[in-house]
Structures are given as structure tokens and as C-alpha cells.
Write a protein that binds this ligand. Structure first.
Ligand SMILES: Cc1cc2nc3c(=O)[nH]c(=O)nc-3n(C[C@H](O)[C@H](O)[C@H](O)COP(=O)(O)OP(=O)(O)OC[C@H]3O[C@@H](n4cnc5c(N)ncnc54)[C@H](O)[C@@H]3O)c2cc1C
Length: 407
């Protein structure tokens, strides 16, 4: 490959990435423009062709979409996405024979993908080949054998699980590798400030009672549902609503994937397999204090019966545990919790409460934690006159057990 080819491929990749950003912002026509430019620069990019075909289909241009999927398969005949999309586009036009050819090829590429079995079943059903349709549908159910056989429809979505404990350890390990000092089981008990600027913190080790003081110019208050209590140490106001949620774990991995109820987010609508357990979650109720939370009897009964609707006999598995923790919802509300926004909020107390150097990060979800880190780090860096953007998005975290190896 010549260096000119490399440059073209590089530009094609940049335009492809730009197209994805535009698509995320809902700017579909602009995204299509970038993708057209990308595939002109690199006509062998099957992924760019596939995304282009998909967006053209969304824009009501089925003929052009179909041709684009064909081009994608011509340059890479093992491209799973293009293969499925081509099959589905043909099925939409009732060209069932050719649709089945491509969908079966997709099934050979990734036999465990339930979506493909479902689409093959749909083609057979549309051709009134009901025996074949049921067979394919059964194959989809085989991937999750325990889900309720009365399920009328299933949709495969790219969901995943996080091990909450190990996730935190991975951040600690990565921070320690970069020179941070982690103080677990240590409580901030005072925030020192003079003349409206942060000067340091006083902390107490929970186990030993030992108190120490650390000097610093900036503090990030990331105390979740306790954020208001930490802010109060510096006479600052942080509006937070602790919303308690309960989960129940039983022994055994009852599903391969996360299984969730197809409806508006609500209580008891998700089963998560984790290590050797299956967890049903969760509930939500507003509480005054995030400390000392206990699961309520009625929450446990409700969760177990909700789990039985998704996976029959879930509640007959050996009971492992039930626990309750508080979500830190940003803002104050009289609602019961679900209606309060999960938006991320960064408070610069230099601007809101006349205390420079104190920042509070609040709200969000576990899945948004890195963007939360980025938002607050960039503000702290600006305050400290550091002219470097946060790079967390580019950094692969260390394995969780490195924390002990490095500490
Ligand atoms: C039941 C439940 C289900 C959830 N399900 C999901 C889900 O499916 N998907 C998802 O993305 N998110 C989920 N979340 C939300 C997610 O877990 C929260 O967004 C996240 O825990 C909040 O993170 P945080 O770091 O802001 O606060 P926390 O995780 O609460 O951390 C705050 C930390 O501050 C410490 N602290 C408090 N006071 C002090 C002090 N004085 N000094 C030092 N440290 C202090 C606490 O000990 C704690 O470790 C769920 C949360 C709950 C409770």
C-alpha cells in the first residue's frame, strides 16, 4: 500500500467517525454526507458502507440502502451487520428467497445471535411456512432457555453487566499506577478554607480512628447520596435526593444475558447474571438518609414475584441475599424518585457558594461514570490552570487485581 492510500484511509476513518457523532446528534443527512465522503475515499470500508445503507434506509431510500448493503457484502462477504441488514432489506421487499440466503449466511457467521433466528422465523412466517417459523423461533428461545415460555415478543439489545466492586478496584488500580494514593475506609470530617479558598481536608480512618490533615488547593466532592453532608462541612448547599433501591440475589446463573422487561423503566424489571448469582432489581423510594438502609419485606416479595414473571421459578432458587443502597439523584424533589432526572450535575462552589476550589459531581449512573469524571476533571484542571484535557476516554483501565499488586 502506498503512503497516499494510507492517507486516504486515514481521512476516510476520520469522516466515518464524524458521521457517527452526527448520527448520535440526530443529524442524519449530515451523517450520510460524511459517510458518502468516507466510502469515496475508501471504497473497501464495509462498515462505513453498512452504516450508510442503514441510514439511507432510515431516510426512506430503500433502493439505495439495498445497493449499499450489496456493496458492503461485495467487499467483505463476512460482514455480519451488512449481511443481516441485506437480508432484512430484501425481506421488507418480500424478496424472501434471497433474504433467506443472506440471513442463513449470517446464521453461519454467528450461530448464537438470536436476532438472526428471529428474522429467519419472520420470513418463514410471512411465507406461511409455519413449522419452519416455529423452529427458528424456538432456536431464539433456546439461547435463553429459562425465560417465560408465554413471552410474546423478544428483542435482542446490546446490554451488559458491571461487577460494581471490581469496577471500583479497576479505577483504583489505574489511579495508583499513575501515582495516586488511595485511602479506603477513610472519612472526610472537615474541610479547611480561608478567605473563600479551599486549603485542605481533615480525615479519620474508620478502623483506627487516626486523624490526619491533607493540604490541597482543590477538592472534588463525589460522595454520591452523602454529597450534601460533605458539602455542609464547608457550609455549602448541595441539593440531593437519596433514592433507595433494593435488589435480591439468588444462587445460580439462570440466564446467559441480561433479561429485562420490555416496558417503560419501572420496578422489578431486570435480571442480571453476575458471577454465580442471578440478581433481580430494583425498586425506588425516596429516603431522608442514605445511611442504615434495609430492604423492606414487601420489596423482597415484590421483586421475587416480578422475577418469576420473567424467569419462572426464580424465587425457588436458594436465596442468597437482599440489600438496599441509595442512588444520588441531583436536585430536591417531593416525587418518589423515578420521576427525578438522572442528569449529571457539576457544581463549582466558587461560583455558587463563594468557596473556590470545591467542586461537587452529582447524579448520573454507573454507565456514565467516565463522562462524569471527565466533566469534573476538566473544571478542576481549568481552576488549577492546567491546560490539558481529561483523557479518560482514551485510557484502558488496569485489571482490578492490580490494585493489590501495585499498592
Ligand atoms: C439499587 C441501585 C441500582 C442501580 N442500578 C444501576 C444500573 O442498572 N445502571 C447504572 O448505570 N447505574 C445504576 N445505579 C446507579 C449507580 O450505582 C449510581 O449512579 C452510583 O452508585 C453513584 O455513584 P457515585 O460514585 O456518585 O456515588 P456512590 O457510589 O454512592 O459513592 C459515594 C461514596 O462516597 C463515600 N462517602 C460518603 N461520605 C464520605 C465522607 N465524608 N468521606 C469520604 N467518603 C465519603 C461513600 O462511602 C461512597 O463510597 C444503581 C444504584 C442503585 C442504588
Amino acid at each position: 500500500m502506498t503512503s497516499e492510500d494510507e492517507v486516504r484511509r486515514h481521512w476516510a476513518q476520520l469522516r466515518y467517525e464524524r458521521a457517527l457523532e452526527l448520527e448520535e446528534q440526530g443529524l442524519i443527512s449530515e451523517a450520510i454526507g460524511e459517510l458518502r465522503a468516507a466510502v469515496e475515499l475508501n471504497p473497501l470500508d464495509a462498515e462505513a458502507l453498512n452504516v450508510l445503507g442503514y441510514l439511507l434506509g432510515q431516510q426512506g431510500k430503500p433502493d439505495e440502502a439495498l445497493q449499499t448493503f450489496r456493496r458492503a457484502m461485495a467487499v467483505d462477504n463476512k460482514h455480519l451487520g451488512a449481511c443481516i441488514n441485506l437480508g432484512m432489506a430484501l425481506a421488507d421487499r418480500r424478496e424472501y428467497n434471497e433474504a433467506l440466503t443472506w440471513l442463513r449466511r449470517a446464521r453461519r457467521i454467528l450461530p448464537e445471535l438470536a436476532l438472526v433466528h428471529r428474522e429467519i422465523a419472520a420470513v418463514h412466517r410471512n411465507r406461511w411456512e409455519l413449522k419452519k417459523a416455529v423452529k427458528s423461533w424456538q432456536r431464539a428461545l433456546e439461547l435463553e432457555r429459562r425465560i417465560n415460555p408465554k413471552t410474546r415478543r423478544a428483542v435482542l439489545v446490546p446490554d451488559g453487566t458491571i461487577d460494581a466492586y471490581r469496577l471500583a478496584m479497576r479505577f483504583f488500580a489505574s489511579a495508583v499506577a499513575r501515582g495516586a494514593v488511595v485511602r479506603n475506609f477513610t472519612e472526610v470530617i472537615e474541610i479547611d478554607s480561608t478567605q473563600g479558598e479551599v486549603q485542605g481536608v481533615r480525615v479519620r480512618q474508620i478502623r483506627t480512628g487516626l486523624e490526619q490533615r491533607y493540604a490541597c488547593r482543590a477538592i472534588v466532592n463525589a460522595a454520591g447520596p452523602w454529597a450534601d453532608k460533605v458539602a455542609a462541612l464547608a457550609q455549602q448547599d448541595v441539593p440531593v435526593t437519596p433514592a433507595a433501591g433494593t435488589m435480591v440475589a439468588v444462587e445460580g446463573r439462570l440466564t446467559n444475558m441480561v433479561v429485562s422487561r420490555l416496558r417503560r423503566p419501572g420496578d422489578g424489571d431486570i435480571i442480571v447474571p453476575q458471577r454465580r448469582l442471578s440478581i433481580i432489581g430494583s425498586t425506588q423510594r425516596k429516603v431522608d438518609d442514605p445511611d442504615g438502609l434495609r430492604p423492606l419485606g414487601e420489596e423482597i416479595s415484590f421483586l421475587l414475584s416480578s422475577a418469576d414473571e420473567l424467569i419462572p421459578d426464580f424465587s425457588k432458587q436458594p436465596f442468597r441475599s437482599a440489600w438496599t443502597a441509595a442512588r444520588p439523584l441531583a436536585g430536591r424533589s417531593s416525587e418518589e424518585g423515578r420521576e427525578i432526572s438522572r442528569d449529571i450535575s457539576v457544581i463549582d462552589h466558587g461560583k455558587t457558594g463563594k468557596l473556590k476550589g470545591l467542586f461537587t459531581i452529582l447524579g448520573g449512573k454507573a454507565t456514565t461514570l467516565r463522562i462524569m469524571g471527565e466533566l469534573v476533571s476538566d473544571q478542576v484542571a481549568q481552576y488549577l490552570d492546567v491546560d490539558e484535557p481529561c483523557r479518560t476516554a482514551l485510557f484502558e483501565l488496569y485489571p482490578y487485581d492490580y490494585y493489590w499488586r501495585l499498592s
